[in-house]
Structures are given as C-alpha cells and as structure tokens.
Design a protein around this ligand. Structure first.
Ligand code: C2E
Ligand code: MG
Ligand code: MG
Length: 742
C-alpha cells in the first residue's frame, strides 16, 4: 500500500483514478493543479504523484521539477497521465524532468495499475534534473498547447455543427407536432433546415406515381435543387455527393408506408460535411418528416371518410350542414337567397327488399350521380341518410326562378328510368324546400323547415313542397301555366300579331314587328310579359321562337303571293335562342323560302348581345350576309358600351319605350333620346322609337331626327288577317296624312 497523489484539473478524471487506486489498496490524495499538488506533496510525502501535464497555475513539468528541487519531496516518483503526449520530444522532456513513466489517456485500468506498481517498485533515490531545460520545456509546452487548442477547436466546431443539426431536428419535430397541411409542413421544414441547420439550400421532391419522377415540392435557401431532383433515382438509401467547388449535399429518402415517397435534399457549403454523426441525426430528421407525411396522408383520408358517404362519394350530413352554413353566410353578406332542399327516394325500401341490397346500393349511387348532374356546380349535393339526399343551393337572386329551374332539372333527371342489374327502375323523388331568409335565417331553422316540407310532400300528392305556402302557390301556378303553355304550342293556340313601323318624315310604312300572342280558351289572351319568361325558363322558347320565325316567313309569303307590297318584318329573338349552337342554321332554315332578299329581321335585346360579344358577333355576321337585318331592342336599358356597340354587326337601335314615355319632360330623358339618335347616326345605324302614343312625341322625335316610330299612335299590334288592310293603299294614305298633320 502506498500514498499516491493525483493531480488533474478535471475532477472526473481525478475521481476515476482515485477510485481505481483505492480499490487496489492505496491511500489517495488529490489536487486540482500543480501548485496545490506541490503543497500537498510537501505535507503528506506521497510515494507517487500521478499528474496531468496541462493544468492551470502550474503544469506537470513544473510540478515534477519543483518536487525534485525540494529535498523533502525529491524522492517522490512522478508519473504523467496525459492525453496530449504525441511527440518523442515531449517524452524526452518528461524523462529529463525525472518523470518515471508517461501513460497516455485513456488507458485501461490494468495498464494504469501495472504502471503504478512498476514505478513504485523501481523507485530509486533522488533524480538529477539536468540544467538548461527551461527553454526546451517552453518550446514543447507551446507545441503541445497548440496541438491541444487545434484539437479542441475542431471538437468545438463539430459540437457546434451537431448542435445546429440538433436544433434543426427539434424545430422540425416541433413543427410536426403542431401539425399542418402537407405543403406548409414541407416548406417550413426546408426553411428551418436553412435557418437553424445552416444549410445553403434545402429542398423536398415528391415522387410522382405515374411518371416515377421526383417533382419539386418545396425549397428554401440559395439556388435550386431542381436539376439534382431531375436526375435522382428514387432509392431507399441516403446518398452523399462531394463537390470540390460547391461543397456537398445529401439526398435523404422519405419513406412512407414502406415505399420511397420523396427525397429531402440538404446542401452544405463545405466538402465532407456529412460525417457519420451528422448523418445519424439527418436520417432521424428524414424519418420524422416521413412520419409526418404518412400521418398527414392518413389524416386526409380520415377527414375525407369522416365527411363523405363512401357509397355515393357525396358529402355526408356533417359536411352538408357545414356547407349550408357557408351558403347562408355568403347569402347574408351578399344579400341574396339560398335554399335547403331535402329529398327522399320514394319506395326505396321496396327496391331493397325486392332486388336485394346490392341493387339498392347501386340505385343510390346512380341517384346521387343524377342529383349531382341536376344541381349547379356551386351547389352541394349530399347523402344525409339511407335514402335521403339534400342539396344546399348557394346564392341566387330570383327565388321563384331558381327553385323552379331546379325542380325542372330534378324532374328531367328522374324522368328516365334507372338501369340496375339489367332491370329498369322508375324512381320518384319527393322534395321539401326551404328558402333563406324567408323560411329561416339559421342553418338549423332552414334544415328543420325543409325537412318538415318534405314530410308534407311525402304525406300528400305533390312531389315538391316549399315550406312557405305562398311559394307553393307561385310554383304551382308556374307549373300549371307551363302545362297549359306546352299544350298551347302543341294545339296551335299561339299566334302572331303585327305592329307597323312608320317613317317619321314621309309617314310611309317602313316595317312590321311580329309579336307573339297566346289565346287560352280559359285564361283568354295571356300577355307575353307573363309567358315569354316562363318559356325561357323551361326551354319552351326554343320551339316557340322557331315557330314564330316560320310563322312570320309563311305570312310574308302569303301576302306577297296575294300581290301586296310587304315591308320588312322583324321577329323577336330570345337570349336562349341566340345562345344555341344551331341558332344560325335554324334561322336560315326558317327563311329558306323567302328568296335572296328575305326582308326578315331580328330584334335582340341589348343586354343579351353584350353577354358573349364574340360569339354573338360571329353569329350575327353570318345572318347579315344572308340579307337579314338586326335591331337592338329596348336600347338604353342594357349596358352596351360605345365600344361594344361600334363592333356589333347591327343595323338599327330601338329606343326603349321608357325613354319615349318620359321624353315630354324636359331635361335628362329628352337628352338621352337626342343622344341615342345622334349616336346611332354617327355609327351609321337607323333609329326607331318604341311606344309612341302622342302627337307631341311624334313632333319631338321628328325634330330630333329619329328615323322611324312604332306605337299605339300608329296602331296597336294587329292579328295577321288585319295586316292586309294595313298594307292596302287606303291605309297608307290616311297614315301619311295623319303624320303630316302631327
Ligand atoms: P318588345 O319587343 O319591346 O315589343 C314591344 C312591346 O311594346 C309589345 O308588347 C307591344 O305591344 C308594346 N307596345 C307597342 N307600342 C306600344 C305603345 O304605344 N304603348 C305601350 N304601352 N306598349 C306598346 P308585347 O306584345 O306585350 O310584347 C312584350 C315583349 O315580349 C316584347 O317586347 C318582346 O320582348 C317579347 N316578345 C313578344 N313576342 C316575342 C317573340 O315572338 N319571341 C320573343 N322571344 N319575345 C317576344
Ligand atoms: Mg321587339
Ligand atoms: Mg322593345
């Protein structure tokens, strides 16, 4: 057993050594630096001092030298235990200082104990310290210190770098925990890699399943990874590149569900950046990002499943409630209407029981698809129960028209039978409709009222019921009208009346306008204002408009055959007609028998022309080449800009009656009429005033230079058989006299 003094500035080192020596049966003292060791050695006279070399205050060499110089401690053996003892010179220096042995840190326990035993047993008398060692000592010390500083700095850099990577890893993990949408997550992860990880550039590419290519998904930092992404082959292992100029980069695969889903690219500014330790952390990072991708994908699927009906792929009740809520907020903000329509497939249970569940499921799928077709793009069709569907009808301006339109579309969609398992099934729908805000201001109220309307519809004979009774009355009236009108077209109850247009200067008959009339046996003469828009809503206008064109052409031919001098005849055309692809053809067909100069004109409302100016222009040009003239009807009520007007292929402006009526008042209305007249003439167009009833209006229009007038002043619209009297020479004379007197 010996007394041994351990000198080391590192406490952990001291304690480890002390424990080892104590277990071996020695008495151990310790000191934190050279000067403390010297003091304790003088006091306790240990047989052996085990000393570190680099220590504050006094290093190991100095300690060894002083121990030897002092007779009291000259016999103490010294053993250096040090990590920085590379050079031969350092060893020589130690021996020259009387150091018995140099052990390199770390050594294993057996080696340490063996060295201690050896030194203790061979302890000789006091050693001699050679002189002239001081300078040599200094030089070796400086070398060693430089060595140590270099190693420490390298270590520090490594630690810093790993710390940066760790900081990045934890920031990305925090980001993942917060959870967000995939794109945001990837972009944020790249940003963190650049800001916290110190990478020059970070990018993510995602594998495109079809092409198998890596498509750029997110990036942050300097430069672009797109070229590298393009040439990357999706693999399962990380790949490192080192480049003499640009540094190094690593491609870390992102593995989702066992397959490579993408790649994370990290670019460092230096070569050989990606060592083993760094890679361990980065693999972890890639693993975490992969996990997040997987999680988000699953969440998206779960969300979809939570809000959709898996059978029909339509939104389910929860999503429907959400959507109708959104539709109501939008309608409230924009001061528009919205509606909830609840639908029930009639006798669905019977289908299920008769044809089996599979057939029932198939029918529901098809019902869902047809509802989707019937609704508008902006509406939400949902399946809210076994055989219950619902439609959230988003913002609209005319509740009557829109709901009527929807009912029509639903009717048409279910008119065709469904083909299920080779069997044709006719399916009836019952619907309950509640309109916002009149039938309810909140989602709950609106849905409850739509449901109660549906219940009434199911109990009664009607297929569609509104919650508000007056809506039912209005729709019922429209439906009844529609049926009558349909019959009227089939039974030939429509007719044309003609109203003359007169030349303001000469009083000569300049043209006739054909106006449609409906004489219902029960309702009597129904004004066009009441049924033309209904025909437009239901599409009946196509048949009726075509009929009007052919009727006018036939009348004209008849009058010509009777030897009458027939002026130009104009026919009104609806927006719906104009929008048809075959519009031009159907007009040309209608006038086919009228020869090369057909004398047939079209009147089209101003607002319709500007709707789709390119398309309208093309169609009208073709017709004008065939000799047809075009009038802009109700001019002044639409929003036709001067630019549009100049481009439109038209011949005549018809000043709307509302301006003519108020023309007597001085000021704006009169100025407007004056302006329209001069505008028309500037553009080389004719101008007609509609709804002229009084002498005064005739005089004013004449003075303003208006070309023609039309109105009760000249004549009411008259039936076809009365036109002959208008065309006769007697009628012309009396008209001209009246005009001259005006
Ligand atoms: P519009 O083309 O502007 O026709 C002029 C309307 O003013 C006609 O009404 C005519 O009877 C009326 N009117 C003419 N002179 C006077 C007058 O001095 N005083 C008053 N108060 N009214 C006068 P009508 O026949 O009821 O037609 C209304 C609208 O229905 C027409 O306006 C036209 O837009 C549309 N319409 C008529 N027939 C057809 C048709 O065959 N096809 C299409 N698509 N629309 C038609
Ligand atoms: Mg007209
Ligand atoms: Mg008009």
């Amino acid at each position: 057993m010996a007394t041994i003094l351990v000198a080391d500035d590192n406490r952990a080192n001291r304690e480890a050594l002390a424990a080892l020596l104590e277990t071996a049966g020695h008495r151990v003292l310790s000191a934190a630096d050279g000067s403390e060791a010297l003091e304790r050695a003088r006091e306790h006279r240990p047989e052996l001092v085990i000393s570190d070399v680099l220590m504050p205050e006094m290093d190991g060499y100095e300690l060894a030298r002083r121990l030897q110089l002092d007779p009291a401690t000259a016999a103490t053996a010294v053993l250096f235990y040090t990590a920085y003892f590379g050079t031969r010179e350092a060893k020589d220096l130690a021996l020259a200082h009387g150091v018995a042995r140099v052990l390199v840190k770390p050594s294993d326990n057996d080696a340490i104990l063996a060295a201690v035993e050896e030194v203790l047993s061979s302890r000789a008398g006091p050693r001699v310290v050679s002189s002239g060692l001081d300078r040599e000592h200094l030089r070796v010390m400086v070398d060693q210190l430089l060595d140590k500083t270099g190693a420490l700095e390298a270590q520090q850099r490594r630690v810093q770098r790993l710390n940066r990577t760790l900081a990045m890893l934890s920031a990305v993990n925090a980001l993942i925990v917060r959870g967000s949408e995939q794109q945001a997550l990837l972009e944020e992860a790249c940003r963190i890699a650049v800001e916290k990880g110190g990478f020059r550039l970070a990018a993510v590419g995602l594998l495109e399943p079809v092409s198998g290519a890596m498509a750029p998904a997110a990036a942050a930092g300097e430069g672009s990874a797109e070229r590298d992404l393009a040439r990357l082959k999706p693999g399962a292992r990380a790949v490192i590149w080192n480049d003499a100029e640009s540094g190094s980069f690593v491609a870390l695969p992102l593995i989702v569900g066992g397959a490579t889903a993408g790649v994370l690219l990290l670019y460092a500014r230096v070569r050989d950046f990606f060592d083993e330790e760094e890679m361990r952390l980065l693999q972890e990072l890639a693993g975490d990002v992969s996990f997040a991708l997987h999680h988000l994908e699953q969440k998206a699927r779960m969300d979809y499943l939570a809000y959709h009906d898996s059978l029909t792929d339509l939104p389910n009740r929860s999503l429907f409630i959400d959507r109708i809520g959104q539709a109501l907020s939008a309608a409230r903000r924009e001061k528009r209407f919205a509606a909830a329509v609840f639908l029930d497939v009639e006798r669905f249970r019977m289908v299920n029981e008769t044809f089996g569940r599979k057939a029932g499921d198939e029918l529901l799928r098809q019902v869902g698809a047809r509802l989707r077709e019937a609704a508008r793009e902006e509406d939400t069709v949902a399946r809210i129960g076994a055989d219950h569907f619902a439609i959230a009808v988003a913002g609209f301006d005319h509740p009557g028209e829109t709901t009527h339109w929807l009912i029509e579309r639903l009717g048409a969609a279910f008119a065709r039978p469904f083909l299920v398992d080779g069997v044709e099934l006719v399916v009836m729908l019952k619907a309950g409709i509640a309109v916002f805000p009149t039938d309810g201001e909140s989602t709950e109220a609106l849905c409850a009222h739509a449901e109660s309307a549906l219940k009434h519809a199911k109990d009664g004979a009607q297929r569609y019921l509104f919650y508000a009774p007056e809506m039912n009355a209005r729709v019922a009236e429209a439906l009844a009208m529609e049926n009558r009108l349909r019959r009227a077209i089939d039974d030939g109850l429509l007719s044309l009346h003609y109203q003359p247009k007169i030349d303001v200067q000469s009083g000569a008959l300049a043209g006739l306008e054909a106006l449609i009339r409906w004489n219902d046996p029960e309702l009597g003469a129904v004004p066009p204002a009441k049924f033309v828009s209904l025909m437009e809503e239901t599409g009946m206008i196509l048949a009726a408009g075509n009929w009007a064109l052919r009727r006018a052409a036939a009348d004209m031919r008849r009058w010509q055959a009777a030897g009458l001098e027939v002026p130009r005849i104009s026919v009104n055309i609806s927006a719906i007609q104009l929008r048809q692809k075959d519009f031009v053809d159907s007009v040309l067909q209608a006038i086919a028998g009228l020869g090369r100069r057909p004398l047939l004109d079209l009147e089209i409302t101003e607002s319709v022309l500007v709707d789709d100016i390119e398309e309208s222009t093309r169609k009208l040009q073709t017709l004008r080449r065939a000799g047809i003239e075009v009038s802009v009807d109700d001019f002044g009520t639409g929003y036709c800009s001067l630019g549009y007007l100049a481009r439109l292929p038209v011949d005549t402006l018809k000043i709307d009656r509302s301006f003519v009526v108020r023309m007597g008042e001085a000021g704006t209305p009169r100025n407007i009429v004056a302006m329209i007249v001069s505008l028309a003439h500037t553009l080389g167009l004719k101008v007609i005033a509609e709804g002229v009833e009084h002498d005064a209006q005739v005089r004013l229009l004449r003075s303003l230079g208006c070309d023609q007038i039309q109105g009760f002043y000249v004549s009411q619209p008259v039936p076809a058989d009365k036109v002959e009297s208008l065309l006769g020479p007697g009628a012309q004379d009396s008209l001209q006299r009246r005009m001259a007197a005006a």
